[in-house]
Each structure stands twice: as C-alpha cells, then as structure tokens.
Design a protein around this ligand. Sequence first.
Ligand SMILES: Nc1ncnc2c1ncn2[C@@H]1O[C@H](COP(=O)(O)OP(=O)(O)OP(=O)(O)O)[C@@H](O)[C@H]1O
Ligand SMILES: [Mg+2]
Length: 370
Amino acid sequence: MAEQVAVLVTEATASDVCFVHVVDETRKGLVLMGATPPFTGLSGTVELDLGQGVAGWVALHAEPAVVPDKWKDERYLYIPELRGEDYESLVSVPLIGRGQQVVGVINLHSRKPRRYGDHDVALLNQVGTLLARTIENAGLYERLAVREHMLEQFAARTVEAQEIERRHLAGEIHDGISQPLISLWYHLQAAEAHASDPAGLIHELSKARDLTTAALEEARRAIAGLRPSTLDDLGLGPSLESLAHTVTGPEVELQIDPCHLPPHVEVALYRIAQEALQNVMKHAGASRVTLQLSDQHGRVQLVVEDDGHGFAPGQAGRNRNGDPAYGLVGMRERAELVGANLEVSSTPGSGTVVRVEVPSIRQSSTTRAE
Ligand SMILES: Nc1ncnc2c1ncn2[C@@H]1O[C@H](COP(=O)(O)OP(=O)(O)OP(=O)(O)O)[C@@H](O)[C@H]1O
Ligand SMILES: [Mg+2]
C-alpha cells in the first residue's frame, strides 16, 4: 500500500522518487516501509531516530518541511543507500493518525532544484491522512492477532490446569475422604457380626461414629481448600487477614485497604497470596513478611514481601524433591487469566517481593453498594 501510494504521488507531483517512513513505537523511530523504484527493495532496512534527518524532524515536530536545496538545510542527513547525491530538493509531510499523533512521514524528492508549493503539501496531506488510517488499521490488526494468539494459549493452559486440578482432586478424594469411609465399611460389617454381642457391637459402632466424624472433617477441609468460604461471606480483605493468621514462622505485617474487584479476580488474588505466603514459610527463612492490599488510582495492588534469603528466579523450576515446581508458574497463569500483571523480584541474599496489579472496579461497585 505504501509503495502504491508512493508511485501515485510521485506521478501526480511530477517528482522523481518518494519514500514512506512509518513510526515504529517499540524503537521510538522511523522505518522505511515503501518507496518508488529503484528503492523498492529497501523497505524495512532504513531506520531513523525521531529528530534525525528531515523525515525525523517532521515526525518529531508534526509539521511539513519544504527543502529547496537540501545541501543547505542542516536537518538533512545523507544516507548512502538512498543516493542523496542524485536529488536536490524535497518536501516532507507527516502522516497524522486519528488521535492526532504522527504515524509516519512521506517524502518526495526531485532531481532538479525546485521549491515544492502549497498545492503539493496539500495533496500530500490528503493522501497522507488516508495512508495514516491504513497504517493505524494494520497496527490494530497486528495487535488483535497477538491478543488472539495469547487468548488461545490461555485457553490451552486453562484446560491443562483443569486436568491437573482434577488429578489433584482425585488424589485428595482417594487419600482423604475415601480412607475413613473404607474403614467405616469394615467396622459396620464387624458390627453386623456382633449382633449377639452388645459390648462388641457398641465398640464397633463407636469406631464407626469416630470414622464418620473423621470423614466429615476431611470433607470440610477439602471444601475449605477448594473455595474459602470467607471470600463469599466477607470478601477479599478479611479473607487475606484470616489467611495471614495461618502463617507460622515469620511475623506478619498486614496493610489491607477495602478493594472492589469482580469475584473471579478476588479468588485469583487470594490464591496468589496463599501460594506466596506458603513459599515464604517453606523457602524464605524470613523473620518478617508484609501482606498489602491497596486500591489507588483505579489499580488494585497485592504485595507479599519477605525479608528472607531470596532466590535466583532462573533456578526456580524445580521443588525440593526435584519435581517440577508449579507454585510460581501457577501464580503467573492465574494472574494472566484475570488480566493482572504479576512481578516476582528476588535476588539471592535479599528478600522476595511478589506484586500483582489489576484494574479496580471501584466506580461501578460503589454505585451498586449504594
Ligand atoms: N519467598 C521465597 N523465598 C525464597 N525462595 C523462594 C520463595 N518463593 C519461591 N522460592 C524458590 O522458588 C522455587 C519455586 O517456587 P514454587 O512455588 O514454584 O515451587 P515450590 O514451592 O518449590 O513447589 P510447589 O509450589 O510446586 O509446591 C522454590 O523451590 C524456592 O527455591
Ligand atoms: Mg510453592
């Protein structure tokens, strides 16, 4: 597209060559994206910083530059590949996008000395507006494609995480609640055999009752682990406070502000805090851990910071048994799935900070609460 536009405006203005430079946001500079022959093969290879050369100046100042004699213009920068020695004059116009920001620059060059007039600048401005839209749309399309790819990855990981969770649950049920139920069955069978022996019968029934209590306890523990009821009843802040009370070892400092988040985000933050605190207890050897929840400028931030001996993030792939470690990976995935940013910073010898940030829904929740 840039190349076709370059050809059209070169003919329409009786110029000799045209270059279209596009702003590269990651580089904070310009990249040549289209040119008329004999420069068509140079697309993507010529780069300029903002402010560098006439095109860089135009991109920085967002205004056209008419240059009748480029050798006398201090903004001009000689780029050997673009054979500046063959051309005398040029006009350079910014490509302005929808938000009034510069998305590129279009340059026309003439072999013979010439002063480009208002008519040429107006034409370039008009063509430039259309070209700017196309460049912006291409950028949007690219960003959408990246996001779609990320969503596909999320979906795949969610399915995988679900399978891991199911295997974990199967293990919990097998090792947890199934064991007392099996013993209960044996004791009830034994009770049957003691039908004519009241003492033996009472003994077996009392065993069976104890096992029922144990099974119920186990079920309660499993349910609490699956979904902490305090989250439903009291919300994230108080749930984090009660989580902090389960920490053994380091002293816990709590700073909890009221926050407004959708329930699925609350669960994610709770789980991240839970894993981060478990890691502090298991690995950090810390004397103090801070648990902070704040809601400022529309962002909710959860921070778990310890003063332990830290670790090198590159060595965090395996747990103590040499099995793959899921804690940090799981935290990151939970954060990504709810659109939160997670940062884990640690260096051996100093403590560790786990920080999660997510947009608040303060406005809408406040309105609902009122
Ligand atoms: N707060 C911390 N202080 C010191 N080391 C830490 C801390 N958090 C994590 N680590 C290190 O990072 C490693 C990976 O942590 P991760 O939570 O992923 O796995 P894990 O706790 O070993 O096992 P899992 O969480 O799967 O039961 C840990 O084994 C530990 O070496
Ligand atoms: Mg862990």
